[in-house]
Every structure is written in structure tokens, then in C-alpha cells.
Design a protein around this ligand. Sequence first.
Ligand SMILES: Cc1cc2nc3c(=O)[nH]c(=O)nc-3n(C[C@H](O)[C@H](O)[C@H](O)COP(=O)(O)OP(=O)(O)OC[C@H]3O[C@@H](n4cnc5c(N)ncnc54)[C@H](O)[C@@H]3O)c2cc1C
Length: 290
Amino acid sequence: MEKRFDALIIGCGPAGLSAALNLQIRKKSFLILGSKVCSPWLEKAERIDNYLGFPGINGTALRDLFLDHVKKMDISIQSEKVSSIYHLGDFFVAKSGTKEYESKAIIIATGVHIEKPLEGENDYLGRGVSYCATCDGPLYRDKKVALVDFTEEEGWEEATFLSEIVDKIFYYPVKGMKTRTPLSNMEVLQEKPLALEGKDDKLQALVLENSTVPVEGLFIIRETQRADVLLPGLETKQGAIVVDENMATNVPGAFAAGDCTGKPYQLAKAVGQGGIASLSAVSFLDSRRA
Ligand SMILES: Cc1cc2nc3c(=O)[nH]c(=O)nc-3n(C[C@H](O)[C@H](O)[C@H](O)COP(=O)(O)OP(=O)(O)OC[C@H]3O[C@@H](n4cnc5c(N)ncnc54)[C@H](O)[C@@H]3O)c2cc1C
């Protein structure tokens, strides 16, 4: 277990990076955990015209300016995806693979989750459905599993890890196989997964467009996870984290910023909310010290 930080920031998009600035200025100990690409959304923006001071800038160029800014302030980003967060009384534990990080406050800046859940996904969550192969893969040793991959890279890494443990892995890369070669115990699915099927609370099969594959485990790897799954007990409305004007959520010490708090999905809002969330986290931390 690492030391207990004042705060953890989950997500390294504009909202998370903006939050990091105030925490650094206010001399709080914190860790920013994010994806390898900060952020896949910003990177996709070809031309941005509504971010003050940078008319017509390309998303990747703006992203590089953001990263350069945090680097100049001695803030480093840890490329680790958080699979779950637990609120344990007066502190939080964030799990990333086999690692755990503790903090007194948390800022969720994980962006928006746009993919529709598979039919039955929620029903089998924790009963066959998992969002983290590194965490739950060993439960399926020598069994048949499927992995639905919505990511550019991460899902393939998780599938490779799983293939070393399981009997057989059915792999569905939503964004295509690219130049990858299927692994020896891997079957690449050509049909789209639609639903989950099971009996007595146990997952038994993944239903495809025209067929069914028998599996005991289903791993769904997305760039961004549903916020209420990430932090159980977090209040959400239509998928967006409910926050007040201080970016405080219903969980004491947990703040949220950016696209994960709902529309509009815009940079200026993400950056502004990141700033507010971090100042609110500072007030929260200071009030607990008093
Ligand atoms: C094609 C396109 C064009 C756009 N054009 C514009 C525009 O012109 N103007 C404008 O204002 N906005 C535009 N946007 C929207 C803008 O990119 C978003 O509003 C902005 O990126 C939101 O920032 P964010 O930090 O809230 O989320 P994101 O940028 O999505 O960042 C969230 C980060 O958190 C990471 N993350 C998620 N879950 C976890 C986890 N569990 N653990 C660790 N890390 C995690 C993600 O991988 C990501 O890096 C555009 C978006 C797209 C896709």
C-alpha cells in the first residue's frame, strides 16, 4: 500500500489536468491516474474554435500544450486505469490492477461513457461480468471467457493477459483487429455481441447477432467506465454524476468535473469545473484539518 494522499484525480483529460494545477499550487499531495492517451476525446478533435485564446487549434496540439503546462509545474501523470473506488468512512481506496491507492479526497474526471450497455450487463455485474481482466482474470482460470474491446490498445493487452490463464477466449474488437494476430486459444468474433444469458444469477453465454458462445466470464473493456460502477453509491442521473455548484457529489470528499458531470461536452466547461473541483477539495481537506 502506498502512502495516503490528500487527493487522487482519476482521469487526465482537460478536467483532470486543470484540477491538478490548483492542487499543486495549494501544495496538496496528490496523484493523477489516467489513460496512456490524455485524452482520446481531445485527440480526436480536428479543429477547435470555441476555446478562448486558441482559435482553430487542433485537439492534439491543444492536448500537448496542456501536458506541457502540467509538466512545467512538476506534475506527473501515472498511466494507470482505475477499475474501482471504495469510500471507506473517511478515506478512499482506488484500485488499479493489483495496486491500491488511498486518499482523503477524490476528483473524478473520467469523461463520458457513450457506449450502450449490453442487454443483461448490469444483471451479471460481479456474477460473470467484469471491467478489469487484471483484477478478475484469475477467477476464470481454465474456463471459457469473452472480451468485448471498445479501446484502441488496453483491451488487447487485457485479452493477451487473459489468454495466458483461460482455456479459451472469444475476442470482439469493436475497433477492428488492426495488424494483430489472434492468439493460439483465441477466437475472434465476427458477429456483434448483443446480450448476456445465464441461469440462477450465473452467466452462461454471450448472445451474438446470429449465434451464441458459451462463456462463464465476460470482460468489457471501455475507455471510460460508468461512474456509479466505478464508485458504488455515487449518485448519477442519466449516466452523469450529480454535482452541486462546488462540484461536490453525494459522497463526502468526492468531487467530479468535466464531461462525466453531463452536457455540454465542452472543453471550457471541463477546464472550469476541474478548477472548481480542486478548490472544493482543498476546502474539504482544510476543514478536516481544523
Ligand atoms: C471529435 C471531437 C471533437 C470535439 N470538439 C470539441 C470542440 O471543438 N470544442 C469543445 O469545447 N469540445 C470539443 N470536444 C469535446 C471535448 O473533447 C471534451 O468536452 C473534453 O475532452 C472533456 O474533458 P474531460 O476531461 O471531461 O474528459 P476526457 O477528455 O474524456 O478525459 C477523460 C480522461 O480520463 C481517462 N479515464 C477514464 N476512465 C478512467 C479510469 N477509470 N482511470 C483512469 N483514467 C480514466 C480517459 O481515458 C481520458 O483520458 C470534442 C470531442 C470530440 C470527440
